[in-house]
Design a protein around this ligand. Sequence first.
Ligand SMILES: Nc1ncnc2c1ncn2[C@@H]1O[C@H](COP(=O)(O)OP(=O)(O)OP(=O)(O)O)[C@@H](O)[C@H]1O
Ligand SMILES: [Mg+2]
Length: 320
Amino acid sequence: MLEIRNLSLSIPVGGEHILAVSDLSISLKAGKVLALVGESGCGKSLTAQSLLRLGEFQGVNKEAGDILLHGQSLFDMSAKALRKVRGGVVSMIFQEPMTALNPVFTIGSQILEVIGLHTDLDKSAAKQRALSLLADVGLQDGETLMQQYPDSLSGGMRQRILIAMAMAGEPEFIIADEPTTALDVSVQKRIIALLRSLQRDKGLGMLLVTHDFGLVAEMADEVAVMYAGEIVEYGSVTDIFDKPSHPYTQALMNCRPETTRDTHELTVIPGNVPSPGSWAQGCRFTERCSRATQACSSSVALDVWADGSHLARCVRVGEP
Ligand SMILES: Nc1ncnc2c1ncn2[C@@H]1O[C@H](COP(=O)(O)OP(=O)(O)OP(=O)(O)O)[C@@H](O)[C@H]1O
Ligand SMILES: [Mg+2]
């Protein structure tokens, strides 16, 4: 289990740090997919990157909370132990397959480097392992491919290579931050099918950051909905689709193309996500919410549970 507990993160803005993720808790379970959804700028990538403590390379600070891998804090680990975790226990697949590969090294040398980090295989065994990883992600003629440079490959092929590299250390968890948005629609489908089959075959726990509710329905077991740096709703995929309880989740669901196709008009939520530093008092969604009352801007709805295991951070949950 990989767990974020009450995590608050701050980002550098004009010489000071301001809160961008606040009191956030989620957990990834072996073999299960947790989808993290929300509009642009809500803090999804900050949250995803925190699971490997990557944010600190960009000036992101942890203000409070903890991240536990099988009960052990990532913040108590030595640099060496953390390097073993990255790619060996928890792997990340980024949004941009164009920039995540180094243009000056061959595909082969980049895959072999990752294999070298996580295994003790000798040269020829490492090469066999690289070829078998490439075959696993549907890339034929690995011998030729390994001699090539990233520039000569399509976006879909590059994303397959990044997935192969993410699998090289046989991780237990995969963090996929919008893994297909940079790809053509036809390629997206194939990459998703690949990710899903790897996830199921290897029983991986997965955090899937996405805007795409079709993909959520297809892949996720649980869904966490994020708004302005916090989780506003968290439940099983059936809870979220059948009885979305937070007005923000309801509004997001109404924006799905499949629900608006017949009206010839794409519903959008009026207004914008408030940026870090300008969150409202009380519920942060108040000013955009069609159901807001006076109470919403003064009271903070903390941990209001719609039922058993389904969290909805809204004071109006349960009202008619
Ligand atoms: N390293 C950083 N330094 C300064 N600000 C940052 C940094 N990383 C993120 N931010 C800011 O924090 C907020 C949340 O960013 P984040 O990238 O997590 O959003 P997101 O939900 O992933 O959005 P998107 O859907 O567009 O990818 C944004 O306002 C962003 O500009
Ligand atoms: Mg993002």
